[in-house]
Design a protein around this ligand. Structure first.
Ligand code: AMP
Ligand code: MG
Length: 451
């Protein structure tokens, strides 16, 4: 990871360090608004470079990030392409209707050679996707024609260029089609295929350590007592990390005990990014911040004015030894190149974990995966029923988006707060409520963060 300059918030915090195992006092805590916290993350992300490259088959490239630019190997389309079944004509020949043209041949898509140019009063029968012959400047749809022996009668005129895509109209030979940093979806993969690229250079996925903390947390398949809680956060995070282009590395569950917690945090800092859950609130056993402070961590923020997810922590720790061993065929991973490692301490409540990953951890991870930065965008929908809520925090309410076509409606899912995974599982979006809104009325437009 490279640091071209310090973040604004990092600047505000320079020289500010927590001391070993001293819980942060309120005066030391750095709680930012949602927008401020997001800006800090985006700033850090903009200074984060991806790791090495690897070459992979096109069929395995979905979701990967291009480490090379893809250019057009030839004009696209490589010839003037008919977009209809019909007749290649000279538009001027159809000035008077109906017009009768002599059909001098047939052109279908495929390896055809049209040697002769077309003259006045002539036409070629032509299929969709076939090359329009020299001398023709338009295609008239078959629906407006009727064959008459070796002639065709045309009943509708066409403008020059109609139903034809000119050679190179979509892209000129050598022009940039996909830039380095593009996340490969089906369209990008189709485009790469269309210019003959069966293998692509992509960035190595960043390794993201997931460390869940809490004495009450047990493995999913362990014997469980009535007061224990199964570890679900590592699993939701693993999914979110993979969706954002990373490789999750699940560490053992950390107890609320500083020595073992520190060991596991140090292990997690060997990866490209460390994401912890739990242990970041103000309780006596919330030890993540003090342990990180003992590792001379720099904290960019220790809370955001959001709900769910208020106690979210973001920071970095200075050079922490060798990284993970390089994978075969790949250049040095990010973990070996960085002098700093970033970490997130996400709140343990499962919905808070999911929301704070989405808002803050994702941009860092995407940057480490080599993706070009993209701003957070919301869509809008009308509210299905009133929302009343306390002001002061930006809310991300699990909600259901329903309705039809352009008439989209959003409604919060009834929930028991940020521990309610079942409610979140019923939701298909979040309604974003700004911190100054107390009462939003039915039918008002609200911002929606899609899932
Ligand atoms: P904490 O942030 O450590 O105070 O935890 C807040 C709540 O989240 C508590 O009810 C925890 O039991 C719960 N929690 C913490 N970690 C996990 C996890 N990995 N999976 C499920 N629930 C968790
Ligand atoms: Mg805890």
């Amino acid at each position: 990871m490279r640091f071209a300059g310090a973040a604004a918030a990092a600047g505000m915090l320079r020289g500010f360090r927590y001391h070993l195992f001293m819980p942060p006092t309120p005066s030391q805590s750095l709680v930012l608004t949602f927008e401020e916290a997001r800006r800090v993350v985006e700033d850090q992300a903009s200074q984060t470079a991806p790791g090495g490259n690897e070459t992979i088959d096109l069929l395995h490239a979905a979701g990967r990030v291009l480490a090379e630019a893809i250019t057009a190997d030839r004009d696209i389309p490589p010839f003037p392409r008919s977009t209809r079944d019909g007749y290649a004509v000279r538009a001027a020949d159809l000035a008077t209707l109906p017009a009768k043209l002599k059909v001098i041949g047939e052109i279908k898509a495929g390896p055809v050679q049209v040697a002769s140019a077309m003259n006045r009063g002539q036409a070629f029968s032509i299929m969709t996707g076939a090359p329009v012959p020299q001398g023709a400047d338009a295609v008239v749809m078959v629906e407006y024609t009727s064959p008459q022996g070796d002639h065709v009668e045309v009943t509708k005129g066409v403008a020059p260029g109609e139903n034809v895509v000119a050679q190179g109209a979509e892209a000129k030979r050598g022009s940039l089609l996909l830039d380095r940093g593009t996340r490969l979806n089906e369209a990008a993969i189709a485009l790469a295929a269309s210019v003959g690229r069966s293998r692509l250079q992509v960035f190595v996925r960043p390794r993201v350590a997931v460390l869940t903390t809490g004495d009450e947390i047990v493995a999913v398949d362990a014997e469980i007592s009535s007061t224990q809680i199964r570890n679900s956060n590592s699993y939701s995070l693993a999914v979110q990390i993979q969706k954002a282009g990373g490789d999750p590395v699940l560490l053992p569950i950390a107890p609320d005990e500083p020595r073992r917690l520190r060991q596991l945090i140090e292990e997690g800092l060997q990866s490209d990014l460390l994401i912890m859950t739990g242990g970041v609130s103000m309780g006596r056993y919330d030890l993540v911040e003090p342990v990180l402070a003992g590792l001379q961590a720099e904290f960019f923020f220790t809370g955001a004015k959001i709900q769910p997810g208020r106690p979210v922590v973001f920071g970095r720790v200075g050079s922490c030894g060798a990284g993970a061993p390089a994978r075969e065929g790949a250049s040095a991973p990010l973990s070996q190149q960085r002098s700093h490692k970033h970490f997130f301490g996400l709140p343990g409540n499962p919905v808070s974990t999911m929301v704070t990953f989405e808002l803050f951890a994702k941009p860092m991870l995407e940057a480490g995966a080599g993706m070009s930065p993209r701003p957070l965008t919301f869509v809008h929908a009308r509210l299905k029923s009133d929302i009343r809520i306390k002001t002061g925090l930006t809310r991300f309410l699990p909600a259901i988006l329903s309705g039809k076509y352009e008439d989209s409606l959003a409604e919060p899912v009834p929930w028991q707060g940020s521990g309610d995974i079942a409610a979140r599982a019923r939701a298909n979006c979040y309604i974003v409520v700004p911190p100054d809104r107390e009462h939003i009325l039915t039918s008002e437009w609200v911002a929606i963060m899609s899932l």
